[in-house]
Design a protein around this ligand. Structure first.
Ligand code: GDP
Length: 432
């Protein structure tokens, strides 16, 4: 198993952190320097992956030259570990002793995560971000004692570790899960019939998965996709039995179960309230989105002209949605759904490296600062991508930001890093 070493000055909370990570209930740590005696390795498990965590906390540096001693400790950890957690007491901030170790850590090729410990609340979390100045990248604020932030830290640890050996690797994924949704009569059943495969047993074997009987497998662009909850469409029972309310619950459930939604629209008819509601369901549930304008065989020059105006007006909330014009009847362009689905999914899962992101953001907010409010302009200090699927970003700022400014940042963010086909969430954490 890969090895993670925990290093840092005495009393920053290394052993408490190790206890937290290995899930030991009782803390063996007292608030006294040097209380833990040995360098010990423990087995740890997080979201199905094993690693070994080494606590160097017992090691008490020579009081005469602490800085050099801590640096040596870090050096030893780097030499033996696959990743290093460098723990700093966020309430104290970075000390000279920390800086000496950091110098050494920055030269190493091993991944180093900066842990800002003893962060018990949101205010301290924002304070802890000053540790960016150490040059180890994003600080991970945690409270080893109470558990705050430790999940995010562990996620980052796993990401930093070398890719697991084949035996340990997750089994190849099955087909991607797609919701095929739209209001009645847009052509969902027709499209499903064109795409779906009858011989489920064969396809199940090929894909190496068992597909829920309410789902369908479909071939698009020479690949197999899992269309979730299409039982009603296959049997053509949905319409007769379903009130609109029931149908909308079903649509919502299908979207939630999917990774990406194809929202089918009828290109020969105006975009309706009901279409809008379904589109909102997709963006609200944070799924990737592909728009398919069906019945394109019915679209003539005139209709096309009006449709484009309509799209501009009615779909301006989602200018990032990918669009394919198809005909379930003739088969026109249905294969083009595949590259659109892939692009939407790739962007949905995209991660922008924190360094690159902040570099870009700094330039952006310098070029276009926030307008002045009450005599002062709130400043964006830095940002981080908090997650994917969909991409979620957090902006840390000196004060609340105008909604319009946040939208501006999101628009620029989309231009710069390409998030076509996916909703993006941008939240602001103003300093109190
Ligand atoms: P659902 O309610 O969304 O499943 O829609 P259906 O698949 O039942 O289709 C509704 C009606 O539209 C049927 O009469 C279909 O024959 C017709 N239809 C579906 N797709 C197309 C298309 O691409 N072109 C044309 N001209 N008609 C279509």
């Amino acid at each position: 198993a890969p090895v993670v070493a925990v290093v840092g000055r005495p009393n920053v909370g290394k052993s408490t952190l190790v206890n937290r990570i290995i899930g030991r209930r009782q803390a063996v740590v007292e608030d006294v320097p040097g209380v833990t005696r040995d360098r010990v390795a423990y087995d740890a498990l997080w979201t199905g992956r094993r690693f070994t965590i080494v606590d160097t906390g017992g090691w008490e540096p020579d009081a005469r030259d602490r800085a050099a001693a801590i640096a040596a400790q870090a050096e030893a950890a780097v030499a033996t570990a696959d990743a290093v957690l460098f723990v700093v007491d966020a309430r104290v901030g970075a000390t000279d002793v920390d800086e000496a170790a950091v110098k050494m850590l920055r030269r190493s090729a091993k991944p180093v995560l900066l842990v800002a410990n003893k962060v018990d609340n949101a205010a301290q979390e924002i304070e802890s971000m000053s540790l960016w100045s150490l040059g180890l990248g994003q600080p991970y604020p945690v409270s080893a004692l109470h558990g705050r932030g430790s999940g995010d830290l562990l996620d980052a640890v796993l990401e930093a570790l070398p890719v697991p050996a084949p035996a340990e690797a997750p089994r190849p994924r099955g087909p991607r899960r797609v919701a095929l949704v739209g209001r009645p009569n847009v052509g969902k059943s027709s499209l499903l019939n064109r795409l779906s495969q009858e011989d489920r047993a064969v396809v199940d074997a090929v894909a190496g998965t068992t597909v829920d009987p309410v789902d369908s497998l479909a071939q698009i662009g020479g690949e197999t996709w899992q269309l979730v909850d299409t039982a009603g469409l296959r049997k053509r029972v949905g319409q007769a039995s379903g009130t609109e309310y029931f149908a909308s619950l079903r649509t919502k459930a299908a979207i939630d179960a999917a990774e990406v939604a194809i929202v089918l629209l009828d290109a020969s008819e105006p975009i309706s309230e009901q279409d809008q509601r379904i589109l909102s369901m997709v963006t609200e549930s944070g799924r990737a989105l592909v728009l398919a304008f069906n019945k394109w065989d019915l679209v003539d020059e005139d209709r096309r002209y009006f449709l484009e105006r309509e799209v501009e007006r009615e779909l301006r909330r989602i200018p990032w949605a990918l669009r394919v014009n198809v005909s379930a009847k003739t088969g026109r362009a249905v294969e083009r759904l595949a590259p659109a689905l892939h692009q939407a999914l790739a962007n949905w899962e995209k991660r922008v490296p924190t360094g690159q992101f902040n570099q870009w953001l700094t330039a952006l907010v310098q070029a276009t600062p926030h307008p002045i409010r009450g005599g002062r302009a709130p400043k964006v200090l830095f940002a981080t991508q908090a997650g994917t699927s969909p991409p979620r970003f957090v902006l840390f700022s000196t004060g609340p930001l105008d909604a319009g400014y946040v939208r501006f940042v999101e628009r620029k963010l989309r231009e710069e890093f390409d998030f076509e086909g996916t909703p993006v969430e941008v939240t602001v954490r103003p300093r109190k």
